[in-house]
Each structure stands twice: as C-alpha cells, then as structure tokens.
Write a protein that binds this ligand. Structure first.
Ligand SMILES: C[S@@+](CC[C@H](N)C(=O)[O-])C[C@H]1O[C@@H](n2cnc3c(N)ncnc32)[C@H](O)[C@@H]1O
Length: 227
C-alpha cells in the first residue's frame, strides 16, 4: 500500500478529482514532494487538470514550490500549454502576494516599506539577482513568465510602465514590442547603476525614474499598460 502522499501525487497526475478530494479529506499532506521532486500541484499542472489544482490550492498546496530543476507548477502548466491551469496558478500567486502585502502593511513590517532591502547590497550573477542574505530577488527561470507579462502589458500598444527592473527580463521583452514610451521605476541604487551601465538610459523610448514607486508617483503619468 502506497503512502497517502504518493497516492495523492498519482491521483493528481491522473486528474482523479474524487480520489484527490478523498485523500485531502483524510489528511494527506498536499505539500509532499515525491521521489521525482514533484508535488501534487506540479503533477496536476503538467497534465492541465484545473479542477484538481483548485482542490489542492484550496487545501493549502503552495503555488510557489520549486522542483529540483527550479520549475514551479506554473512553469509546468505553461510549458505544456495548459492555459486554464496556468491562469489558476498565476491568480493563486497574485492573491497570496496581495494577502501577504496587506498583512505586512497592517503589522507595519519593514518588508512593506522595502527600506531594509533598498539599503542592502545586492549581487548579480548571470542568472540571478540576490539580496545580501543570498535570497533570490529575481531568477532567470522567470523569463518566460516575464515575456508573457510583457505581451499582455504591450497588447494595447502606446505607453507602458514597469515598476522594478530587477534583471531587466520584463523590460527587455517590453522593448521587443517597441512601445511609444517605456517608463521604468527602480528604487535600488545598485540595480539603477547597473541599468545605466548597460545602456538603458540611452534608449530613445525609455524613461527611467529612480526611487520607490511610492515616492515618485507625481513623476508618473497614465499608461496603456502597467506592470
Ligand atoms: C523581482 S525584481 C523585478 C524583476 C523584473 N520584473 C525582471 O523582469 O527582471 C523587483 C525589482 O523591484 C525593485 N524594487 C523594490 N522595491 C521597489 C519600490 N518600492 N519601487 C521601485 N522598485 C522597487 C527591486 O530593486 C528589484 O529590482
């Protein structure tokens, strides 16, 4: 008899909604990673089983867990072209970020102001931007997601705003759509310096606004696409 968690991975892969529900109700751990390093959410995402994803997310499965190759359930859904599954996972991520942001604001935590991070040193490698505690701020595997965002943000053409340059993934993708204007707000001094060194200040349609978006609102306008 396989452990409940192994059964949950299998049921998620097969899209067996009833079995997934029964296993969750009997207490199977939805955060379990199997021998392949995949969790039930990733199995369901790979196969595009949207209903199973909904059950797992409601039971607390983490939308942002990573496989050994650094892929999330959302990456798997996108790789396999399962757009409904991808949208579900993206929305779960957005909701989680909004809720965490609200809690942080209520508790008036420093994460909300971002001041600690903005005063930290950051480091860049080819595929990562990291903070002083070696926590990834942005990673290269997020590129396809950034490209999808750029496509959406530029779909109306015209004037586009991006807050946070990071590794410049979304901004590089936005440039491919040649928007009439492309405003980038960046608050970290080292990220800002790196942008200037790599020529972003010279691009004709690019306007860089240095500072926290909260502090530079008066320098911003109305945009056709915002990221
Ligand atoms: C996750 S990265 C963005 C990655 C970017 N989308 C890309 O494609 O590479 C977040 C960026 O936002 C910047 N940032 C953080 N807080 C900010 C704030 N309050 N206002 C503007 N930029 C901020 C960080 O310095 C960092 O460069």
């Amino acid at each position: 008899m396989k452990e409940a968690e192994e059964q949950l991975c299998e049921a998620a892969r097969k899209g067996d909604t009833e079995r997934v529900k029964a296993l969750i109700d009997s207490g199977a751990d939805v955060t379990h990673f199997d021998g392949e390093g995949l969790n039930p959410l990733m199995h369901a995402a790979k196969q595009g089983h949207a209903l199973v994803l909904t059950l797992l997310l409601s039971a607390g499965a983490p939308w942002n867990g990573l496989s050994p190759s650094g892929l999330s359930a959302g990456d798997y859904a996108m790789q396999e072209g399962h757009s409904e599954a991808f949208d579900l996972l993206l929305n779960a991520g957005i909701q989680a970020e909004l809720i965490l942001g609200t809690i942080a604001r209520k508790e008036n935590k420093s994460e909300d102001s971002g001041v600690d991070y903005l005063e930290d040193r950051v480091s860049f490698s080819e595929d990562k931007l990291m903070d002083s505690e070696s926590k990834a701020v942005m990673m290269a595997w997020e590129k396809p997601l950034m490209e999808a965002h750029a496509k959406a943000v530029c779909s109306g053409g015209g004037h586009v705003l991006n807050v946070g340059f990071g590794m410049g993934l979304v901004d590089s993708a936005i440039q491919q759509y040649a928007p009439a204007s492309h405003t980038i707000v960046e608050a970290h001094p080292e990220v800002y310096q790196r942008m200037l060194r790599s020529g972003w200040g010279q691009k004709e349609n690019v306007k860089i606004v240095f500072g926290r978006w909260q502090d530079v609102l008066s320098q911003l306008e109305t945009y056709d696409g915002n990221f």
